[in-house]
Design a binder for this molecule. Structure first.
Ligand code: NDP
Length: 486
């Protein structure tokens, strides 16, 4: 079986302990390759290489850096098909998604920051004859820690702005999806990114913990669960590292009685079943106005029956893949059992006979919809991270805003209505960082994304992100004799 290594200083590096872990294809349940765990030797080498890489990279002018990153963007696009296949094998998501979204949106973000980098500048202000100016400088070594749902895209979304701003990076992908980041490292090297600027270290929480506590690493950009994010921040505080936190959510989609119903159903399906429900911004609380609930549910179930094709994710016709692991499927199933026990009504899901049978070896679980849900139910309060939609009803605008905000999460929200004043009025009152009106889920490189409340700190994408990967140096220039009492 093929065994991959850690990527340090522009090449693959052996570990000393010989420890490794195996990676499983979620669609078959079979081991597909092995990966060496980053031991102390590898981790120290990664830190030294990132320090050396930073010196070279940050000294380059921004236009040169930009050209090198654009070469990486071209390679990513050229290798889209091959990279998409890797993402499908690692995550179990449908190839039709991975080939259209995962690599492309990763490349788009690197391209956006490559274009933006030469425009990064400071300012100057006169103070009488003296003056000061500012420089926007890179932070140094940044660490990226990624989740398993969009492995390559997450690596690109962190590496793009970090490198464009002149930083170096040590990236740790999830142990469940480690290959995409290694391929990105190879592409950066091929594109001309100097050795040491982008390193990939492999392993589980212990490797992540090492990064968060490591002196000399200036920033952690983390994507994962709220609970893990709190641990990461606590550990990062020991050396006062800067942090970006892209965490979980329990987002609300609000569908008013005047909404375009077909579009609203599309949004609810995209926001619950895309990537088999494993998307952080998912609108897992779908609030539907009481007057249209029956029609909404009928359209929804008709479209689930007619259009969801669950099966081999490599088949280009499949639009619904397998969950990441057997443990994760068990977790999602336990939420389904709890929802039933708490009185919600299951309209479709893993017991529904007219959907394809669950593949016994892969970790499949069909789209599941619950109605008669209440705000107190576990399913409505906790992040499930699987294809389970909770439909709730409401009558009044003020009521639905208050209920949508009654959560410690604040990642995303959506509103469907044809009343433009209501659309903006409601969205402005929702406590969420990423909002859509008459749309759901699209996240272009130009648009900053990140969470309110416990869903995150800082932003990814958009010009906003440059502030999170640079620091301002102020320089006062004295033009005359220094005034001193001594
Ligand atoms: P986890 O929080 O379990 O893990 C995220 C990463 O952190 C993994 O690489 C994991 O390693 C690592 N890790 C685990 N413990 C520690 C630790 N103590 N210190 C440092 N690193 C650690 O999240 P999942 O991978 O399960 O991803 C799902 C979650 O990610 C969901 O909550 C989802 O909402 C969120 N997410 C948020 C996004 C956003 O942009 N807001 C986007 C995508 C996902 P390993 O897995 O190898 O053990």
């Amino acid at each position: 079986m093929q065994r991959y290594k850690n990527f340090v200083n522009g090449t693959y590096l052996d570990n000393h302990t010989k420890e490794y872990f195996a990676v499983v294809n979620p669609a078959t349940g079979k081991q597909i390759y092995e990966v060496e765990i980053a031991d102390k030797t590898v981790l120290n080498a990664a830190r030294e290489s990132a320090a050396a890489g930073f010196k070279v990279w940050s000294a380059m002018d921004a236009v040169t850096r930009s050209r090198i990153l654009m070469a990486a963007v071209s390679l990513l696009r050229k290798k889209n098909h091959e990279l998409a296949q890797i993402e499908v094998m690692d995550t179990g998501k449908p190839f039709q998604e991975a080939v259209a979204v995962d690599v492309v949106t990763g490349a788009d973000v690197i391209e956006f920051f490559a274009w933006a980098a030469p425009g990064i500048s400071g300012s100057q202000q006169d103070l009488g004859q003296d003056f000061y100016y500012t420089r926007r400088e890179p932070l140094g070594i940044c660490a990226g820690i990624g989740a398993w749902n969009y492995p390559l895209q997450i690596a690109c979304w962190k590496a793009g702005p970090a490198l464009a701003c002149g930083n170096s990076m040590i990236f740790k992908p999830s142990e469940e999806t480690p290959l995409g980041a290694l391929k990105l490292a190879e592409i950066f090297t091929q594109a001309g990114v100097p050795d040491g600027v982008f390193n990939v270290v492999q392993g589980a929480a212990a490797v992540g913990q090492w990064l968060t506590a490591c002196p000399g690493i200036e920033k952690i950009s983390f994507t994962g669960e709220v609970g893990t994010g709190k641990k990461v921040m606590t550990s990062a505080a020991s050396t006062l590292k800067d942090v970006t936190m892209e965490l979980g959510g329990k987002s609300a989609l609000i569908i008013f009685e005047d909404a375009d119903l077909d579009n609203a159903v599309s949004a609810a399906m995209l926001g619950n079943f895309y990537t088999q429900g494993e998307v952080c911004t998912n609108c897992t609380r779908v609030f539907v106005h009481t007057s249209i609930q029956e029609q909404f549910l009928k359209t929804l179930l008709d479209r689930i029956r007619a259009n969801i094709k669950m099966g081999d994710p490599m088949d280009p016709d499949t639009n619904f893949g397998a969950l990441i692991s057997s443990e994760h499927r068990e977790k999602v199933l336990s939420y389904i059992q709890t929802a039933k026990a708490e009185g919600a009504t299951q309209l479709c899901g893993h017991t529904m006979p007219d959907l394809p049978n669950q593949n016994q070896e892969g970790f499949f679980l069909p789209p599941t919809v619950f109605t008669h849900c209440t705000d107190e139910m576990t399913l409505v309060k906790e992040e499930v991270f699987g294809p389970v939609m909770a439909v709730l009803d409401f009558d009044r605008e003020a009521e639905v805003i208050q209920r949508a905000n009654a959560t410690h999460f604040g990642l995303a929200a959506g509103v469907f209505t044809t009343d433009i004043q209501r659309a903006h009025r409601v969205i402005h009152q929702l406590e969420a960082g990423i909002c859509w009106i008459n749309a759901y889920g699209n996240s272009p490189a130009q648009m900053p994304v990140g969470g309110y409340k416990q869903s995150g700190i800082g932003r990814e994408n958009g010009r906003e992100t440059i502030r999170h990967y640079t620091q301002v140096k102020s320089i006062y220039m004295g033009m005359g004799p220094l005034d001193s009492p001594f």
